[in-house]
Design a protein around this ligand. Structure first.
Ligand code: ATP
Length: 234
């Protein structure tokens, strides 16, 4: 098991956002966290990487208890987060946005270099000198994912990678997830079941800070009742 989340409770002030979330990922899996607005998807990712420390419960990454460990240390240990708002650094070029994120874990051979990123995603290469904040939403999402690769993540957390993107771009993000899932463990969030079904093997559904359902993507696609009860169905 690369990630085990055991009964975590996370608060914003007095607001009890996560009320006992448990989930786990085997190495190599791609799993989706589903749920409507405010269900707790982002908070779950933030709790795993250490941006919102759980008050109770435990997060274990590669067999080590990392609960409450600061995000920068978790990033160095191999957890990458692409936040919902992408956080492209304005005033830095596409290349600089990538350079600033470069980190080599001791003893790990680099898989992702800027050259490889420009090779695999030529669109980013063409935009290398452009200020990252002037990119379109889809281009920024590609850059945000590429930037996370610069620290060689073993576990990639993607928070609503499709939010606000046109259907044609959503397809590209899906292809990117499919490609990365061959070598990386991925946990991503989404609001509707369709994208999850195409790109994840399993899904957890959250509501009001709790996991209310867990199923293989295949089982979920046939479970219209669960979809209607807990998800935004297009
Ligand atoms: P969305 O799709 O809207 O991001 P989500 O499923 O990711 O939804 P979270 O953002 O994790 O949900 O929010 C879970 C709960 O925590 C919600 O009730 C939300 O209002 C609350 N919350 C989130 N961020 C904060 C914050 N910074 N301060 C206070 N409450 C917050």
């Amino acid at each position: 098991m690369i990630l085990e989340v055991d009964n975590i409770h996370t608060y914003y002030g007095e607001s009890h956002a996560l009320q006992g979330i448990s989930l786990n990922l085997e190495e190599g899996e791609t799993v989706c966290l589903l749920g409507r607005n405010g269900a707790g998807k982002s908070t779950t990712l933030r709790s795993i990487i250490g941006l919102s420390a759980p008050r109770r419960g435990r997060v274990t990454f590669k067999g080590r208890d990392i609960t409450g460990q600061p995000a920068y240390r978790n990033a160095r240990a191999g957890i990458g987060l692409v936040p919902e708002d992408r956080r492209i650094f304005p005033g830095l070029s596409v290349r600089e946005n990538l350079e600033i994120a470069e980190y080599s874990r001791p003893g790990v051979t680099r898989q992702w270099t800027i050259e490889r990123i420009f090779d695999e995603y030529p669109m980013l290469g063409e935009l290398a000198g452009q200020d990252g904040s002037t990119l379109s939403g889809g281009q920024q999402q590609m850059l945000a994912v590429a930037r996370s690769l610069m620290s060689e993540p073993l576990l990639l957390l993607l928070d609503e990678p499709n939010e606000g993107l046109a259907p044609v771009i959503v397809k590209q993000i899906g292809a990117l997830i499919d490609q990365l899932s061959r070598t990386t463990t991925i946990l991503f969030t989404d609001q509707s079941v369709h994208f999850a079904l195409k790109h994840a093997q399993r899904a957890y559904i959250l509501e009001k800070g709790m996991i209310v359902h867990e199923a293989s993507s295949q089982a979920l696609i046939n479970d219209i009742e669960t979809q209607h009860r807990y998800l935004s169905v297009a």
